[in-house]
Design a protein around this ligand. Sequence first.
Ligand code: PHE
Length: 440
Amino acid sequence: MAIRETWATRIGFILAAVGSAVGLGNIWRFPFLTAESGGAAFLVAYLFLVAVIGLPVILVEFVIGRESKQNVVDAFPEIGAPNWQFIGAIGALAGFVILSYYSVVGGWVIQYMVGSLTGGYAGNAEAFFGSAAEGTNAVAYDLLFMAIVAGIVSFGVRDGLERAAKVMIPSVVGLLVLLAAYGATLSGASEGYAYYLSPDMSTIVTDAIGLLPDAAGQAFFTLSLGMGVMITYASYLGEDRNMLRDSLLIVVVDTSIAILAGLAVFPFLFAQGVDPGTGGIGTTFVGLATAFASLPAGQVVGFVFFSMLLLASLTSAFSILEVIVSYAIDTFGVDRKPATLAIAAVIFLVGIPTAMSLDYLTLYDAIANQILLIGGGLLLAIFGGWFYASGASEELQKGMPGGETFTTVWIWVLRVPVVLVLAYVLYNGVLAVAGIVQGM
Ligand code: PHE
């Protein structure tokens, strides 16, 4: 194996981690789930979970990665916990399922790039989504997206990707701000904000508890948590780095982009008179397409926006495929290029049903987020809180002088609230998936 380099600069690690975190999860999944789940109450549940569950678990991945200096497979034996190695296998499986439909949605993005130039969605946003989302078009663009990701992983061009992330993040933010500002001038804006931002205080607690399972799945998905991406990325991290500071930065950037995406989408939905509860998985794309169609120079702005969204989804998809491929390389001793091609091909085949029918996409999405990522997160919390607490505490304190109090609180948060909430969420996730299967 090649000698392990550490990240040359703090920004290299941050860019890779943020590149993985920021993607379709923020811009597609967050707004549609929020719309579907009744708006502000979902936002509250999500923010709570990001802070109370997401941050502690991301730190577990960071300490495992930095102490072991290994990928998901070899990390656990390296820190003296070979019995926990199966977490790596669950992570690889989660990545497998996620990428199989993530690439379908990535294919939609490419179709919207084309549609921006040709004016294909102007005036008929819902019909355009219908023909882009399911069927042979979806399969063809899914294949194109997978081919790009496989190319990036097999040639190992991580550097290029990091440089791309440097352009991508500010561009996405800039364009979302532009859309949000334009949306604010529309007549539906205040209704949109009310739905999105003002929770009903009298029922907020019960509403938010009911929404915990979906909100937790979203928190894990958007932070790329529960499958070892952050273990791998932190394995290149120097010991002098304050991982609490880094994780806060990642969480804040990722969450802000999701909130901004909501601010950009909701005014347009309400201005159009679209009932946000009914749009389902297509809500975000319909909202954005409507926005670009009405914007001055919307064809160009739309094209640039979807290009940046494509970049954002490529940096995320890259991190998923990279975890699976390095798992295969280290477990089975295969070579990178053939392994990448074979794995990408199988993932594409497994994903075909999700390109043919949104019902399958919903099912895969539920299995990945509500069961696999949450299950992985639960195991990481049990491991970090109960079995590896002193090693984890010691590791976190490197680069964080005076962090004893924080570390103690962190371990206890992992031990009790995180474990309880994730166990509850996992149980509900299993029920939800069973419900979806029965309804199919
Ligand atoms: N976080 C990515 C997004 O929001 C998706 C992802 C999930 C990436 C899990 C890696 C692991 O788009």
